[in-house]
Design a protein around this ligand. Structure first.
Ligand SMILES: Cc1cc2nc3c(=O)[nH]c(=O)nc-3n(C[C@H](O)[C@H](O)[C@H](O)COP(=O)(O)OP(=O)(O)OC[C@H]3O[C@@H](n4cnc5c(N)ncnc54)[C@H](O)[C@@H]3O)c2cc1C
Length: 331
């Protein structure tokens, strides 16, 4: 690992000032991703600004719904009574990720900012546009079994690895950020927070360098009784999703009033299945309706050489997640 300076931020403004003043500085929160990237020489900050002591850990009710602190750990967030009661989909998604030990360290802000798990990105001996813009994408013609089927470009075919972000996309969360001035803040809808690669995969988040995530807002909804997070991976622990689905339904008079479906493991951002959602509204919940919606969404998939299987897997995963959501996640 290369030498680096370690500076503890006193408060939010101090953190933002320190990172904005040094283009080679980066924040460290739980450290479960950035330290690995530094050990592999993928990221080479000359200074880490430790934000773990900042007072951004609260989970509290706000007029629009619930606010969860950027520095609350994944464990504390998933187990918080307000999250479990009002947004069980988020609890489930967080608990489907990583391992208990990692979730104890990992923070919500760090989870949203984590890097792709592309092995070509991690291997500094090969080309990767995300690590070294303009060098090429080794995954495009390489071992791309685990990679994207939606929204990829010739510059990058990696997928976003976060489980939490998939549930947040289904729940229309907003990511609150402090600008580099350190004094003003603004909110970014989660669906715009992660970006498709286009020709600039190295800029995969909507944040400007130095901006700090302070909290995530979850607007109130009526999905708690009928939601489910389904993760399909190679193992049940320590394994990133091949395909995951966050499904949520609001029912009224025996019909679907509102539906939310978001997919993980299929694109460089949590993929909102808007076509599936549209098809579900107004329908009586049934296996047939869920299968039709799933098929509609997967029509647009563009698999790579080695991941055609994800199209069928995605179709079945959406159907199963909706079936389990409809039963109130009781299975
Ligand atoms: C073995 C293993 C398995 C895993 N499996 C899963 C999985 O199945 N599902 C899943 O979702 N995740 C998984 N993870 C990823 C894990 O969830 C992330 O590493 C973790 O959430 C990152 O949070 P952190 O606080 O440790 O971030 P850090 O490592 O501290 O930071 C990560 C990045 O975020 C930036 N950052 C951190 N906080 C902020 C902030 N408030 N504002 C702006 N930038 C910030 C840092 O500068 C850095 O670039 C796994 C990780 C490991 C090591």
């Amino acid at each position: 690992m290369r030498p680096f300076k370690f500076t503890k931020a006193k408060d939010e403004a101090d953190a933002v000032r320190l990172v904005s003043a040094n283009r080679d500085a980066q924040y460290i929160a739980g450290g479960t991703n950035i330290v690995d990237l530094m050990k592999e020489d993928v990221r080479r900050p000359n200074e880490l600004i430790d934000i773990s002591g900042l007072k951004l850990t609260r989970i509290k009710t706000i007029p629009s719904g619930l606010s969860i602190g950027a520095l609350a750990t994944n464990t504390d967030t998933a187990n918080h009574p307000l999250v479990r009661q009002q947004f069980p989909l988020l609890s489930q998604a967080i608990l489907a990720g990583a391992s208990a030990q990692i979730r104890n360290m990992a923070t919500n802000g760090g989870n949203l900012m984590q890097q792709v798990r592309c092995w070509y990105f991690y291997d500094v001996a090969v080309a990767c546009n995300r690590r070294e813009p303009g060098s090429g994408c080794s995954a495009l013609g390489g071992l791309n079994r685990r990679y994207a089927i939606f929204g990829w470009s010739e510059s990058c075919v990696a997928v976003n690895p976060s489980d939490m972000a998939v549930a947040l996309a289904a729940l229309d969360a907003v990511v609150n950020v402090t600008e580099t001035s350190g004094t003003t803040g603004y909110g970014i809808p989660i669906t715009e927070f992660h970006k498709l690669p286009g020709d600039a995969p190295h800029r995969d988040k909507a944040l400007e360098p130095g901006e700090l995530i302070t909290s995530i807002e979850l607007p109130r909804n009526n999905f708690a009784a009928n939601s489910y997070y389904l993760k399909v991976g190679e193992r049940t622990s320590y394994s990133f999703a091949l395909v995951s689905v966050a499904a949520a339904l609001e029912l009224a008079g025996g019909r679907i009033k509102q539906a939310r479906v978001a997919l993980g493991g299929v694109a460089n951002k949590p993929w909102r299945a808007y076509d599936a959602e549209k098809m579900l509204v107004g329908k009586t919940p049934s296996r047939e309706a869920f299968e039709a919606a799933a098929a509609e969404e997967m029509k647009k998939a563009q698999p790579l050489e080695h991941n055609e299987y994800k199209v069928e897997l995605g179709r079945r995963a959406i159907t199963l997640a909706l079936l389990r959501a409809f039963k109130g996640a009781a299975e």
